[in-house]
Design a protein around this ligand. Structure first.
Ligand code: ZN
Length: 54
């Protein structure tokens, strides 16, 4: 799943903070893996990390 660091920068540069809020990188996997957004939480499909939105 590694080897595409360019993709990260592209996502971040498009709309700045807006993109950051929508696609948060997994704190465990690093910036190459983004969390999938659900109704009230974010999950990582790679390691199973879950972050609840308040
Ligand atoms: Zn992860």
């Amino acid at each position: 799943m590694r080897g595409k660091p360019v993709q990260v920068y592209k996502l971040y540069s498009v709309e700045g903070s807006v993109v950051k809020r929508l696609r948060k990188p997994c704190p465990k996997c690093g910036n190459g893996t983004f969390l999938a957004q659900h109704k009230n939480r974010l999950t990582c499909g790679k390691c199973g990390y879950t972050e609840y939105l308040s």
